[in-house]
Design a protein around this ligand. Structure first.
Ligand code: USQ
Length: 382
């Protein structure tokens, strides 16, 4: 298939590009290095430096003899995105091209504005480009479980059958996000749903939980092909942060009571979920929604796991509850459905001790690159 990956340089975009290229798909990647630029500006670069996208592609070609086509540019610029779509005529468009950090979106007005402008304009441009150049194409959009928030009822997979005053309908599950970033993802879903109804687009919206890990089949054993591993407060997800903190001897930063529950998944499962979605496309005129995670944990449970496995490896891991900089429920009901991707054949890579050991050992090798001042800067929600 001709596959266009938007945000192909990112934590998830690059592993997805390698995975689909390894399966002999015709892969094109697009990126404007926004994530790299923001990490640089905020002085929170990843644990190890990653070669730029063109260099990554050259290394991939050298190792596997496979070609990935790159475009470097800004997808919120219509003339650029129109040219990319015109030249590639994609059958599948995988849309990761967003500012992905909740704390970054809450930094200040400028960061909020960048997040809103980038995320919504890129999504709108993708919709217009698909309509103009490839109306049959399947859009696979990375959404987030954070769109639902933490309601006191079971979370369904995207849709809710509602009976109200004697009448019934099937509507999008109510959404109430906990950050501006998560709110832009709700707005993305609304944009996509509107144009699915209006123009008959074919869309899969993946409500993904926090991802952890670094290795995927294609990068294991090849350091130079690894994605970014961020351990800082802005771009690091919680488990990756705890791994780096454990290695650095920095007490694990559990926010507040630590009862916050989320649906987590291994980075390998992200790649597999996206592949399963493209192998089993949504229909024209359908907005299909999957909840993309494999198991739920509280923050306290994650900290305990890292502590136990770290101890076995000889690390002295401490846990410290700190005042929660975010506005979120710290003790709540959480029971989201997640059968759609399992029904398509997903075989989860669960968070085993072995998986934790592998991550800890990898980070240990780069321990000298961990800068403690980058770990916690207390970006507050108020
Ligand atoms: N947390 C801590 N200590 C930390 C960092 C985080 O206790 O040092 C807590 C947070 O308060 C939160 C939970 O851990 O309750 C998860 O935080 P996170 O930073 O791993 O995840 P989040 O900010 O929600 O965002 C991440 C990705 C985002 C994705 C989202 C999925 O950055 O792109 O959309 O996970 S979800 O959380 O399901 O919305």
């Amino acid at each position: 298939m001709r596959i266009l990956i938007l945000g192909g340089d990112g934590y998830l975009g690059w592993p997805t590009a390698m995975h689909l290229s390894a399966l002999n798909h015709e892969v094109t990647v697009v990126d404007n290095y926004l994530r790299r630029r923001l990490s640089f500006e905020e002085n929170v670069e990843a644990l190890t430096p990653a070669p730029n996208l063109l260099e990554r592609i050259r290394l991939w070609q050298e190792k596997r003899g496979l070609t990935i086509k790159p475009y470097i540019g800004d997808l919120s610029d219509w003339s650029f995105i129109a040219n990319v779509f015109d030249e590639t005529e994609p059958e599948v468009v995988i849309h990761y091209a967003e500012q992905p950090s909740a704390p970054y979106s809450m930094l200040n007005r400028a960061a909020a504005s960048l997040t809103l402008n980038n995320n919504l304009n890129v999504t709108a441009n993708v919709i217009y480009a698909v309509r103009e150049f490839c109306p049959q194409a399947h859009i696979i959009k990375l959404g987030t479980m954070g769109e639902y928030g933490t309601p006191n009822i079971d979370i369904e997979e995207g849709w809710l059958d509602i009976k109200h005053k004697g009448r019934s309908d099937k509507l999008l599950f109510p959404r109430q996000a906990g950050s501006l970033y998560h709110t832009t993802k709700i707005m993305d879903t609304d944009l996509l749903w509107f144009y699915v109804r209006t123009w008959g687009l074919r869309v899969t919206d993946l409500m993904q939980g926090p991802v952890y890990g670094i290795f995927t089949e294609e990068s294991r054993g090849h350091e130079e092909l690894l994605p970014f591993f961020n351990y800082d407060e802005l771009f690091g997800t919680v488990l990756n942060r705890f791994i780096a903190q454990a290695v650095a001897g920095y007490p694990l930063t559990v926010y507040g009571g630590g009862g916050q529950t989320r649906g987590y998944l291994n980075i390998q499962d992200t790649v597999n979920c996206v592949r399963l979605s493209l192998e089993n496309p949504a229909n024209l005129g359908e907005l299909r929604i999957f909840n993309q995670f494999t198991e739920t944990f509280t923050v306290n449970e994650l900290a305990e796991k890292v502590k136990t496995v770290g101890k076995n490896l000889g690390l002295n891991v401490k846990v410290k509850r700190i005042k929660n900089p975010r506005k979120e429920k710290e003790s709540h009901y959480y029971n989201p459905a997640h059968t759609g991707l399992l029904d398509l054949g997903l075989q989860p890579n669960y968070l085993t001790d072995k998986a934790l050991e592998e991550m800890l050992s990898h980070v240990e090798k780069h321990k000298n690159n961990i800068h403690e001042h980058k770990i916690f800067r207390n970006t507050k929600w108020d």
